[in-house]
Design a protein around this ligand. Structure first.
Ligand code: RIB
Length: 296
């Protein structure tokens, strides 16, 4: 590990190398925790990191791509906005190494670091079924993302294995994957003639927004409604009740992606690496059997 003096000397070097990190929403702690893994490796290796927020907007993402090319960025870690492939293709045609994280683009041959989205949603849905829930709603966020389609497949497969036909009225997408989408989805889902007794959200922010509505409406979580999130951002354990969620290895995703990128920058030309890291269900206090009798 480099000493702080060596690191300081590297950063003073005029030719200090920089990398780009393009994320879809820098206000979402999921991406912030990935960025932490990226920054720790870069700091140790004397690289600068340019953080670019695409706001899930492919045009803004491409604008940043051009900026990174113009300032001769040595490589880019890309979490793509809604399956947009122009940025990745532009960087590759300019021979700038790219590592994709979290979201894999079709027909783009780069190193990729993913987490097991299918397995996480399948595991979470099975957990709710084992608690006795049968009407399980799903907050997806915008569906034009490979990770979301994989989670939907895991959710649906877990239901059909128990001979439950997924009910489309229980699947809510919304315009973004933020707190507000969970908050506005709650009255719609809870107002159904046959409302859900549990909700699986494809990220923690929407789950927390849903729980906020439930609290304001006087609906007790988990006694009257179970809620499961996805990501396990640090906030998840401090909301009340603490959120049951699927933990993604956020820091490790950032760390491994950066190590792969630095190897490419240094000239490694081996075939692309594709890793799918494990996720795990973290059971906290936002889930219980229907009716709320918590397991002893
Ligand atoms: O919270 C943001 C979500 O979108 C995460 O689940 C992550 O997988 C990203 O794609």
């Amino acid at each position: 590990m480099a000493t702080f003096e060596e690191i300081a000397r590297n950063l003073r070097r005029s030719e200090t190398i920089s990398i780009g990190l393009i994320v879809p929403d820098n206000s979402n702690p999921f991406f912030a925790e990935i960025a932490r893994g990226v920054e720790d490796v870069c700091f140790q290796e004397g690289y600068r990191v340019f953080l670019c927020n695409s706001d899930e907007n492919p045009d803004k993402e491409y604008h940043y791509c051009q900026s990174l090319i113009n300032q001769q960025t040595a490589g880019v870690i890309l979490i793509s906005a809604r399956q947009a492939i122009d940025t990745a293709r532009r960087l590759i045609e300019r021979s700038i190494p790219v590592v994709q994280v979290d979201r894999e683009l079709p027909d783009v041959a780069t190193d990729v670091i993913l987490a097991d989205s299918y397995g996480g949603a399948y595991q979470a849905t099975r957990y709710l079924l084992d608690l006795g829930h049968r009407r399980i709603a799903c907050l997806t966020g915008p569906t034009l993302r490979a990770v979301i389609m994989q989670r939907l497949a895991g959710y649906r497969d877990a239901l059909t294995e128990r001979s439950i036909t997924p009910d489309p009225v229980l699947i809510h997408s919304g315009s973004n994957a933020r707190f507000e989408t969970g908050f506005t989805a709650a009255p719609i889902l809870l107002g159904l003639p046959d409302p859900p007794t549990a909700v699986l959200s494809f990220n923690d922010l929407m789950a927390i927004g849903f729980m906020h509505y439930a609290a304001e409406a006087g609906l007790a979580v988990p006694e009257q409604l179970s809620v499961v999130g996805f990501d396990d951002v640090r906030l998840a354990r401090f909301v009340l009740p603490a959120l049951t969620t699927v933990a993604q290895p956020k820091y490790e995703m950032g760390r491994q992606a950066t190590e792969l990128l630095l190897r490419r920058i240094r000239g490694e030309d081996s075939p692309p690496v594709r890793r799918v890291l494990e996720v795990s269900l973290v059971v906290r206090n936002s889930t219980a059997p229907p009716g709320g009798a918590r397991p002893q």
